[in-house]
Write a protein that binds this ligand. Structure first.
Ligand code: SF4
Length: 207
């Protein structure tokens, strides 16, 4: 194994090594830039674990998009063949809606860290570090804590630096790009916002 990067580092990995990294992936578009960067150094495997996504048709759509991209990029994609724990997820966040995003990060990263530790990966990481809509520092600290708990290093990099590039490539490739975060609450929020927008439009006569 080559020398490990410091966890606080945002340096880009440039030297190819034999280190294995398990990357939690939330969707295809968010995976483009992190994979481009990580493949410079690691033997990366993707892991799609997202019981937050609602409804199931949306889950399938995001999974299929990820699968097509992983095939295109020649990256191994793993997923929970028994199905993701949708009911457990809803139960967990309905108990504490105010902290739902934190719980959501924990659920997804906990499963990924456990898998990485059991299967002997050197590192694990997540595409949640790419999204400009997530609480970046929270994702980072949860990732590091769960890495310590399960005995696998969390690889931190500020993937948001490649946000624009990822958006451009996903559009060029005609990838499905979702318009809400994932859970039922984020879908309801979006529907509500659209409704209010329409209402405002009709009140002002479209001005
Ligand atoms: S808004 Fe997004 S991060 Fe927050 S709980 Fe819902 S799916 Fe998870």
């Amino acid at each position: 194994m080559t020398e490990k990067p410091t966890e606080k580092s945002t340096e880009k990995p440039t030297e190819k090594s034999n280190d294995k990294l398990l990357l939690h992936v939330c969707c295809g578009p968010c995976s483009i830039y992190p994979l481009e960067l990580l493949n410079l150094r690691f033997k990366t495997t993707c892991y799609f674990y997202n019981p937050n996504i609602y409804p199931e048709s949306e889950y399938r759509r995001r999974f299929e998009t990820m699968k097509i991209y992983a095939d295109y990029a020649g990256i191994k994609l793993e997923y929970n063949k028994a199905g993701d724990d949708f009911n457990d997820f809803i139960f967990a966040i309905s108990e504490n809606k105010a902290k739902r995003c934190e719980i959501c990060y924990m659920i997804r990263l906990d499963m990924t860290a456990q898998k990485a530790a059991i299967e002997g990966y050197d590192y694990y990481s997540t595409t949640l570090l790419y999204s400009i809509y997530m609480d970046h520092q929270k994702v980072k600290s949860i990732g590091e804590s769960l890495g310590e708990l399960h005995g696998v290093d969390f690889y931190y990099s500020d993937f948001r630096e490649g946000w624009r590039k990822g958006v451009e490539v996903s559009k060029e490739m005609g990838m499905y790009r979702q318009n809400y975060c994932g859970c039922i609450y984020s879908l309801e929020d979006r529907t509500e916002r659209l409704k209010m927008k329409e209402q405002k439009k009709s009140e002002t006569g479209g001005r």
